[in-house]
Design a binder for this molecule. Structure first.
Ligand SMILES: Cc1cc2nc3c(=O)[nH]c(=O)nc-3n(C[C@H](O)[C@H](O)[C@H](O)COP(=O)(O)O)c2cc1C
Length: 511
């Protein structure tokens, strides 16, 4: 693996973004200090999550103070959301016109007072800020102080008759695009990891769809406690981003990991998210996307059917992610037992034929993503003496053997991809139990599709789970992704689709 020299990295940074008008010293400093750069990008966990690699790899970069060449582009892309002029980054011009709502939850720890500096810095931007304090936080700083700094009411009580006339706890959970918990205590991590909602802060976190960032700070022994480690892992897996605590001398006199990072770097990280959000918010504006998800079922008689184990989770996460990024999403779903995502249009179907009919009715569309596990066959019941059975009524038990003839269902992906209404981009999922990539690649070619997402479903893997391990197969490209949550797969897939759209536009211009 090639490792770039620091001067090469700096050169690439410089050329790539042409930051001639910002402070060169800051960038030189960051490129000489991979740990600092990773910290500004949100810490080991956050960067590993964004780049879809193991946190141990990032720890290694920090140790050797180098970034491998294969990951450099991706790090540069991530860093492009940072204003590298770290001393003079506020207020950012880009943020002036941005209507962005943020909620700060302050918990009770030795670093609670530092959240006041975060409020002061946020007030220099045009971000609209609400603040919630836990009961313990009020032992360290007062709501009056927060109210004066934020020039707005500070929320402290779940059972406030006055606030709850407007279901305030739900409004506070739903309104902000970003919730920052800083400092996050071991206690709030444990509460959210275990679904507790016994005060305003924990209830908001449980009721929110928003991006949640935790900036924990605690005694090093608390941070390394197996319970906290487990809670951290759980929250990471559910899509919470962590700004990792710093290492050094603690207020309690001990030394280790658990220090609250500088308010400025916490805000830097949040602003990088705001910028990313700003870019992604309208990334798929005016783009129509049709997604199939879940299983289909084929009835044998009025009370029996054949189907498969697909839960619909992966397709629903993709629908949700693309909707968030501005796409006009129509979701065609087979029968599932999970809540529907927020998207423009949802159509519920049962059989493969119904799914195909509805997909066809929704054309033309810019992008088609077939994640549904469509039943390959219908089963036609027969007796052993080859007499067809009336399947309009419940099939009765007789002395004759019951046999089934199979009838092939339509291949939705192939039918649409080979039709003259073929969307610009067609993406298929391929669930396999053996020769996964070989089978997926031959499907890619025979069905005329742009991208296949292959997954191994042997031994009950994937179906119904919250995690997925996928490979992406294109005609001239192959990517194997780490195991990650289906939410995270949806996030990275949306980035991939954006790249495919850019390439499509380039081809269109050159044609
Ligand atoms: C002086 C003092 C300092 C504390 N500092 C921290 C801290 O830095 N981090 C932490 O997780 N807990 C700390 N605690 C413990 C929390 O205050 C306690 O777990 C509390 O229940 C947290 O409540 P909250 O999560 O609702 O804010 C501290 C407690 C005291 C008395």
């Amino acid at each position: 693996m090639k490792f770039y020299q620091k001067n090469e990295i700096f050169h690439l940074f410089f050329i790539k973004f042409n930051y001639y008008n910002t402070l060169i010293n800051d960038r030189l400093y960051l490129m000489n200090n991979i740990s600092k750069l990773i910290s500004l990008l949100g810490g080991t966990g956050a960067v590993a999550e964004r780049l879809n690699i193991q946190p141990s790899a990032i720890s290694n970069w920090k140790k050797i103070n180098k970034i491998p060449s294969t990951k450099l582009e991706a790090v540069i892309k991530l860093s492009s959301y940072l204003d590298l002029n770290i001393e003079n980054f506020l207020p950012s011009k880009k943020l002036r016109d941005l209507k962005f709502k943020m909620l700060l939850i302050i918990c009770g720890g030795i670093a609670s007072y530092k959240s006041l500096e975060i409020i002061r810095l946020i007030k220099k931007t045009d971000i609209e800020l609400d603040v919630v304090m836990t009961k313990s936080a009020q032992k360290f700083i007062t709501p009056l102080l927060v109210t004066s700094l934020n020039e707005k009411k500070c929320y402290v009580d779940l059972f406030s008759v006055e606030d709850e006339t407007k279901m305030n706890h739900i409004r506070l959970a739903r309104d902000p695009e970003l919730i920052l918990v800083a400092p996050a205590t071991a206690n709030i991590m444990a509460k959210l990891a275990n679904g507790l909602a016994d005060d305003l802060a924990s209830t908001i976190l449980l009721a929110s769809f928003s991006k949640i960032i935790f900036a924990p700070s605690m005694n090093p022994v608390m941070w390394n406690n197996l319970a906290t480690r487990e809670n951290y892992r759980k929250l990471l897996d559910r899509g919470i981003t962590f700004i990792e605590p710093d290492t050094g001398d603690m207020a309690c006199g001990e030394n280790g990991t658990g220090r609250f990072p500088e308010p400025k770097s916490i805000l830097e990280f949040c602003l990088s998210y705001v910028r990313e959000y700003q870019i992604q918010k309208n990334q798929f504006k005016d783009i129509s996307v049709l997604i199939t998800a879940g299983p289909t079922i084929e009835e044998i008689d009025p009370i029996r059917f054949v189907s498969n184990k697909s839960s619909g989770k992966q397709g629903f996460e993709i629908a949700s992610e693309l909707t968030k990024r501005g796409a006009q999403v129509t979701l065609i779903s087979g029968p599932v037992n999970i809540p529907f995502p927020v998207c423009k249009n949802i159509i519920q179907v049962k059989t493969a034929q119904e799914m195909l009919d509805n997909v066809t009715q929704q054309l033309p569309t810019d992008i088609l993503i077939c994640s549904a596990a469509v039943a390959d066959w219908k089963l036609i019941p027969k007796t052993s003496s080859n007499i067809k059975i009336d399947s309009n009524n419940k099939i009765k038990k007789t002395n004759e053997k019951l046999l089934f003839e199979t009838e092939k269902n339509p291949d939705i992906l192939k039918t649409i991809a080979k039709s003259n209404l073929r969307p610009k981009i067609v993406i298929g999922f391929s669930a396999e139990t053996n020769d996964i990539n070989k089978n997926a690649h031959s499907k890619l070619l025979s069905k005329n599709i742009d991208l296949i997402i292959a997954n191994d479903v042997s031994n009950n893997k994937v179906f119904g789970e919250d995690f997925n391990k996928v490979s992406l197969i294109e005609k001239n490209n192959y990517e194997e992704w780490e195991k990650q949550s289906k939410k995270s797969v949806a996030y990275h897939l949306a980035n991939k689709i954006n790249d495919l759209l850019i390439n499509y536009k380039k081809r269109d211009v050159n044609a």
